[in-house]
Design a protein around this ligand. Structure first.
Ligand code: PLP
Length: 341
C-alpha cells in the first residue's frame, strides 16, 4: 500500500527502523543526548523554542490554548474547515470568548477583514487560526500580514500548523505554533510539538500533561516532567535528519511540485481557491467519494475521504512522506479514468 493520506503518512524506511528499537530509560544520559539533538534539529525548522509532549496534534492545540488563553479572554478565531472548528472547540472549553470569522470553506479572510473585525471586537487577547486546514486543503498564506494585525492589536498570534510545517513555510515569528510528528515531519504519531516565541501567560490552572512551564523548566536539564514519547523521538531524529539534508526550501518545493501536479491534472474541483491551495493535502469535491477511495485502495493507494461537514462530498490526497510523482501520476490516472475526463 502507498499512503497518500493526510497523516499518518508514508514514512521513510530509516525512520521506521529508528522507531522500532528498545527504548532507553529516559533518565539516562544516553536518552538525554538524543533528546537534545532532536530539540536542536527542531530549532532549525522555524523560530521558537521547541517543546515535545506525548500526544498528537489535538493535544498540541489544547496545550497552546490552555497555556496562552485564560477564561474570559477575547479571541478572534478564523474558520475555514473542520480543524478550525476543533481549535474553536478547544478555546471554548478553556472559557474564552470566541469571535468566529468565517468566509466559507476553502476561502481565507483577507488580513484587512481580520483587522476590521478585531477592531470592532476590541481588547483582543489573541488571533487563533489553522495554518494549513487539512479538512479543506486550504493554506493560509497571510501569516506575516496577520502577524502585523496581531501586533497592531497587542494580541498574540496562535497557530495550528499540524499539517503545515515543515512542508508549508511559516514566514514570520508566531507566538505559538502547535504541530505534531505524523504529518509533514514524516514520523509516526505520538509527539505533540510546540514552538514558543512567547512565554506561557495563562494564569488559570491546567493539568501537568499540558503545562508548558513544567516542560520549559525540565528541558534545561534535558529532562521531561513525565515519560516522553521515547520511540517517536528516535524516529523524529531520523526524519529531521532526512528533512534537513534535503534542505527546507527544497522540501517546500518538493511538496509544492507534487501538489501542483495534482491540482493541474486531476478532473475534480479543488475545495480551496488559488492561491490558498495546500501543498501538503489536496482536497477535492466529488459525489463519488466511496467509489474513488475504494477503487484506489484496490489498486494499492490509500487516500482519505473528507472530514467534518463536507465528509460525504470530498476526498483528500496527501503528498507528504515518501510519495513520488509517479505515485501521484498513477492516482490521477485512476481517478480521471473513473470520473471521466
Ligand atoms: C490542522 C489539524 N489540526 C489538528 C489535527 C488533530 O491532530 P491529531 O489527529 O494528530 O490529534 C489535525 C489532524 O488531522 C489537523 O490536520
Amino acid at each position: 500500500m502507498r499512503y497518500l493520506t493526510p497523516g499518518p503518512v508514508q514514512i521513510p524506511k530509516q525512520v521506521v527502523e529508528a522507531f522500532g528499537r528498545q527504548p532507553h530509560f529516559h533518565k539516562l544520559e544516553e536518552f538525554k543526548e538524543v533528546f537534545k539533538e532532536v530539540t536542536e534539529k527542531l530549532s532549525k525548522v522555524t523560530t521558537g523554542d521547541p517543546i515535545i509532549i506525548p500526544g498528537t496534534g489535538t493535544l498540541a492545540v489544547d496545550a497552546m490554548v490552555y497555556n496562552f488563553i485564560d477564561p474570559g479572554d477575547k479571541v478572534i478565531a478564523l474558520s475555514y474547515g473542520e480543524f478550525s472548528e476543533r481549535l474553536i472547540e478547544s478555546l471554548e472549553c478553556r472559557g474564552a470568548e470566541v469571535f468566529r470569522l468565517s468566509v466559507g470553506v476553502g476561502k481565507v479572510p483577507h488580513p484587512d477583514v481580520v483587522e476590521d473585525f478585531a477592531k470592532k471586537v476590541g481588547s483582543v487577547a489573541a488571533i487563533a487560526l489553522v495554518h494549513n486546514e487539512t479538512g479543506a486543503g486550504t493554506c493560509n498564506r497571510y501569516l506575516s500580514k496577520l502577524r502585523g494585525v496581531a501586533d497592531s492589536l497587542g494580541a498574540l498570534l496562535l497557530i495550528d500548523s499540524v499539517s503545515g510545517i515543515p512542508a508549508e513555510p511559516i514566514d514570520c515569528v508566531v507566538d505559538v505554533i502547535a504541530t505534531s510528528s505524523q504529518k509533514a515531519f514524516i514520523a509516526p504519531p505520538g509527539a505533540a510539538i510546540l514552538y514558543l516565541n512567547s512565554k506561557p501567560r495563562a494564569k488559570h490552572t491546567m493539568p501537568r500533561s499540558i503545562n508548558l512551564n513544567k516542560f520549559l523548566k525540565s528541558i534545561k536539564e534535558w529532562d521531561t516532567p513525565y515519560t516522553p514519547p521515547i520511540n517517536v523521538i528516535y524516529a523524529l531524529d531520523a526524519s529531521l535528519s532526512y528533512i534537513l539534508r534535503i534542505g527546507l526550501s527544497n522540501y517546500h518545493e518538493m511538496h509544492k511540485m507534487k501538489a501542483e501536479y495534482l491540482y493541474s491534472r486531476i478532473s475534480l474541483k479543488s475545495i480551496a481557491d488559488e492561491p490558498f491551495r495546500s501543498y501538503t493535502v489536496a482536497a477535492f469535491f466529488t459525489d463519488k467519494v466511496d467509489g474513488i477511495v475504494n477503487l484506489l485502495k484496490s489498486k494499492g493507494f490509500v487516500i482519505s475521504r473528507g472530514v467534518g461537514e463536507i465528509k460525504d462530498r470530498s476526498i483528500r490526497i496527501g503528498v507528504m512522506g515518501e510519495v513520488s510523482l509517479d505515485d501521484i501520476k498513477r492516482v490521477v490516472e485512476i481517478v480521471n479514468d473513473y470520473v471521466g475526463k
